[in-house]
Design a protein around this ligand. Structure first.
Ligand code: PLP
Length: 418
């Protein structure tokens, strides 16, 4: 039996669906998930020794590439020094000071272990600060898997929300209002009917969990304005966009200032780190300073703190954000050229360090993507295994790699074009 198949068969005996996070299961693309043994730079190496150019990049943390030497050194040093103390240490202080000095709307920061925890905790502060019950999120935005955030719209207005996961109680789902993206009328209607009940409006300022859906700045500004007028907090979920699309994330690019911001992925350099940050008066509501409880055995784990700081310092030293943006633009321009003349046109959406390829005809997109994914795999390219996950670039994806990859994706697109 094929080695991947043999491992997956064993995995399904001991783990639900054989995976520890659903999208890894290849449910959207069919076939057996590959098992990878190593990774370096822009490459993933599977258990048989085959190498793939990686555009999944662990879904976003590895902005410098896999196993970057400086980040590896920082992590090794952290392990050598003892990897968790459950007590105060200088490493989280260094990372917190680095971020607070550069992201003015992050006046205080609290480290947690995932983006899920960050979003969940930010909402707890919002409810405490406003003494209001509800939150407003947008359809198609993902904020991790806390109960209150696993909710999508019924008909899109107050009181009609339904959970998008079994096990989320109706009482919880009811407190999450959901509005469509880019629909000012619907947004205004929600605020009109329920504005005084909304503790926080949470959104990805660059939605990147249902494909890549850059929003109009005027719409984003209107969200901020309505939130402010209603006395609701504005929470930016920058778990993907933070320290990737720019040093200060989308808030910096948009010149919009959230009250609270959620980080994850890049800030831990590929180790399990999340953070929530924001206005000092709001963050000071958190225990032990204030009454909002939030804690974690492995919060601010020194390995993640030192790897995260090494990642951010290297990005800053190399002006990595400028390079990443330029490379993404050149790569996606090449892709558009490589996809010219297909019978079924493809669209390529990009933001610095991110791209999303999809069919312009949504009805056939899912079937097409499964063929495209496997054709790309046969050409040695590993894409995120879902039509709605975005592709990630890193500084390890140099011009030569990206030129070859664009050519190979052009071939894969032709093979999948029916
Ligand atoms: N928020 C956004 C925008 C995300 O993309 C994710 C994960 O992909 C999360 C929150 C949850 O982060 P985590 O998977 O670290 O819990």
């Amino acid at each position: 039996m094929d080695q991947h198949q043999a491992l997956f068969t064993r995995a399904t005996r001991v783990t639900p669906g054989g995976v520890h996070s659903p999208v890894r299961a290849f449910g959207h693309v069919g076939g057996t998930p590959l098992f990878f043994a190593r990774a370096q730079g822009a490459s993933l190496i599977d258990v048989t020794g085959r190498t793939f150019i990686d555009f999944c990049m662990s879904f976003g943390p590895l902005v410098l590439g896999h196993a970057d030497a400086e980040v590896a050194r920082a992590a090794h040093d952290a392990v050598d020094d003892g990897w968790t103390f459950g007590a105060c240490e200088p490493y989280s202080l260094a990372l917190a000071e680095w971020i607070v000095a550069r992201v003015p709307w992050a006046e205080r920061i609290r480290f947690v272990s995932s983006g899920t925890e960050a979003a969940m905790s930010a909402l707890r502060i919002a409810r405490a600060a406003t003494r209001r019950p509800n939150i407003l999120k947008f359809d198609g935005c993902y904020h991790g898997h806390a109960d209150a955030l696993l909710v999508r719209a019924g008909s899109g207005l107050a009181g009609t929300s339904t959970a998008s996961s079994a096990g989320v109680g109706d009482d919880v789902a009811r407190t999450t209002l959901v509005a469509p993206l880019d629909d000012t009328g619907a947004l205004e209607a929600v605020f009109q009917s329920a504005g005084s009940t909304i503790a926080a409006v949470i959104l990805e300022p660059l939605p990147a969990n249902h494909g890549l859906l850059p929003q109009r700045e005027a719409w984003l500004a209107r969200v901020a304005e309505l939130a402010r007028e209603a006395g609701a907090l504005l929470v930016f979920d920058e778990v993907i966009s933070g320290f990737r699309v720019a040093r200060g994330g989308m808030a910096e690019r948009l010149a919009l200032r959230p009250d609270l911001v959620c980080f994850g992925k890049v800030i831990g350099g590929g180790f399990p780190v999340g953070a929530y940050a924001g206005r000092a008066d709001l963050m000071d509501l958190v225990a032990p300073r204030g009454p909002v409880y939030q804690a974690g055995t492995l919060s601010a784990n020194p390995v993640g703190m030192r790897a995260g700081l090494a990642t951010l310092e290297k990005m800053e030293r190399l002006d990595g954000w400028t390079t990443l943006e330029a490379r993404t633009r050149a790569f996606t321009e090449r892709l558009r050229a490589a996809f010219a003349g297909l019978a079924h046109p493809l669209s390529v959406v990009d933001a610095p360090g991110l791209f999303w390829i999809h069919r312009t005809d949504p009805a056939s997109n899912a079937d097409w993507f499964a063929r495209f994914f496997h054709a790309a795999l046969a050409h040695g390219l590993y894409l995120p295994p879902s039509p709605y996950e975005v592709g990630f670039l890193s500084l390890a994806h140099d011009d030569q790699i990206l030129e070859a990859a664009a050519h190979a994706l052009g071939l894969a697109a032709r093979e999948a074009d029916r």
